[in-house]
Design a protein. Structure first.
Length: 206
């Protein structure tokens, strides 16, 4: 829904809350990232690390669902959740890349996209752009990739279905990678509009 720049957005009751269920889930996800690295490198347990990373990726869907459907949206969550997602990508993918369980080109393609999005977001915020909602392709791409990387890791583990995990990783990862890059194309006009709205709102406020 487009935002009218002539009318300041009304404050939403409760959005200044800190202790919400989605925020707690997000903090727990962040706390488990060192556990993932410990399992992968200190314990050399790829199976357990893969299961944990898959669980952490899945919880991203649940905290967003709870926030939207149970009036748990907060200003902190709007900032904390994307930060947790980026850290999950960089730590998870970086760890698996160092471990050698994923093709280098695939991991690099994902990381390049994530770095580009992170830099673009910071630049837009500095320029006063309004917040941009994640597109369906962006969400689908992120979810698919967070399933593909644990599968790549599982394919190099001692799990009984490790042989099939590699196939499922490609079946999940390639479409997800395509979705994630297509979402970048969709974000270009959204970024322009967010910048226009942000500047218009700033002019009205001043």
């Amino acid at each position: 829904m487009a935002i009218d720049p002539e009318v300041p957005a009304p404050a939403t009751s409760g959005e200044d809350r800190i202790l919400t269920i989605p925020n707690i889930i997000t903090v727990v996800r962040l706390c488990f990232l060192p556990v993932f690295l410990w399992l992968l490198f200190a314990q050399d347990d790829r199976a357990a690390a893969a299961w944990l990373l898959a669980a952490l990726g899945t919880t991203d869907f649940f905290d967003g669902y709870i926030a939207r459907h149970f009036d748990q949206i907060s200003e902190l969550g709007k900032v904390l959740d994307p930060v947790a997602d980026r850290l999950l990508f960089f730590v998870g993918i970086g760890g698996i890349l160092v471990d050698g369980s994923v093709p280098v080109w695939f991991a690099v393609a994902v990381l390049v996209r994530e770095v580009g999005i992170a830099v673009a977001t910071l630049v837009l915020v500095a320029m006063g752009a309004a917040r941009i909602d994640v597109t369906w392709f962006g969400k689908a791409g992120a979810f698919g990739l967070m399933m593909a990387f644990p599968l790549f890791l599982a394919s190099h583990s001692d799990l009984s279905w490790a042989g099939s995990a590699d196939t499922f990783a490609w079946l999940t990862g390639l479409p997800a990678l395509a979705f994630s890059y297509y979402s970048v194309v969709l974000y270009v006009p959204l970024a322009r509009e967010a910048l226009r709205q942000g500047r218009a709102t700033a002019e009205v406020a001043s």
